[in-house]
Design a binder for this molecule. Structure first.
Ligand code: NAD
Length: 288
């Protein structure tokens, strides 16, 4: 039965990397700071933001939550982001979704300077990624790759199928995998015969938001499966996109939900904030 690729050991490694960066920053006067811009009263968003605040405190990363309220308008959000973009004490900016109806999310995301865009929300970050230039990939996409790399799953030359083509997971993930020399197939809701692609792959990453989408019949005995999906079942429990009962006996490895990719994302945000803080030092040391 499948080996479980759990997220906790990956998160622990990322936390150790963050601690090393924080140590390097000690004495420079620079304290890594993350700003989370929020304009919703969505309960699961509030829960996620609380977990960011908690992990920031544990990591010694300063965290400012800029809560503009669920009725914030475009202009208010724009003003807040522009101020954070200019604020030299802020190294990372997260624009939390969902945003109020009628707000233009793409215009707002484009206001986050690429070097502070630690959640890869600015379309320019995704473009840079595709062009092979330095940029932060959307955190969830990177978290899936961190899980694969931590468990030393071969990617170079391997056929990897990504299910989902969103800007937060599928597209950046395909770029990260290409950069690791994988042969990448991106599937989506209009793909015909999904199983023909997944069966022919050694790695399948599923990020569709459809409970039970991927079953054992879609895989082979060498399949490594990363489940990015988060769904809630009738009993109110968190479940992924993988039909675990049929996949576990067939696949070689599976990242579980909960306890897989989702466990890694917040640690990655802290690591990136500390990295952005270090890079701000290097940038300010350069002659104008
Ligand atoms: P999305 O709705 O924007 O995109 C879903 C993608 O899946 C689309 O590209 C769509 O074409 C594809 N898809 C839908 N049904 C399909 C089907 N039957 N067959 C093949 N492809 C199909 O969602 P998203 O924002 O990319 O998120 C995807 C999933 O990942 C969701 O469950 C979301 O909750 C989860 N997620 C988890 C984390 C985390 O931290 N664990 C973070 C972000 C998103």
């Amino acid at each position: 039965s499948a080996r479980l690729l759990t997220g906790l050991p990956v998160a622990k490694k990322l936390r150790a990397d963050t601690a090393r960066n924080i140590k390097e920053l000690a004495g420079t006067g620079v304290v890594p700071k993350l700003a989370v811009v929020l304009a919703t009263d969505n309960e699961s968003t509030a829960w996620y933001v609380r977990s960011i605040v908690r992990q920031a405190a544990e990591a010694a990363v300063h965290c400012d939550v800029v809560d503009l309220g669920a009725d914030a308008g475009q202009w208010q959000l724009q003003e807040a982001l522009e101020a954070l973009a200019l604020d030299h004490t802020v190294h990372g900016i997260i624009l939390q979704t969902p945003l109020p109806a009628g707000v233009d999310a793409a215009v707002l995301a484009a206001l986050i300077p690429v070097h502070k865009d630690i959640d890869g929300a600015n379309p320019e970050s995704l473009g840079r990624l595709a062009a092979g230039l330095p940029a932060y990939a959307a955190t969830t996409a990177q978290a899936a790759v961190e899980v694969l790399e931590h468990y030393q799953v071969p990617l170079a030359g391997e056929h990897v199928t990504v299910i989902g083509r969103s800007m937060v997971v599928g597209k950046p993930l395909a770029q990260l995998l290409l950069a690791r020399d994988a042969t990448v197939t991106t599937c989506h809701s209009r793909t015909r015969d999904l199983a023909s692609h997944t069966k022919a792959s050694s790695v399948v990453v599923v990020a569709a938001g459809r409970a039970g989408l991927l079953t054992g019949a879609d895989l082979n005995e060498d399949s490594v499966v990363v489940d990015v999906g988060t769904n809630v079942d009738e009993a109110g429990r968190l479940i992924g996109d993988v039909h675990a009962d049929s996949v576990l006996p067939v696949a070689k490895a599976l990242s579980p939900v909960p306890g897989g990719v989702g466990t890694v994302t917040t640690s990655l945000l802290m690591l990136r904030t500390s990295q952005a803080a270090l890079e701000s030092l290097v940038a300010s040391a350069q002659p104008a």
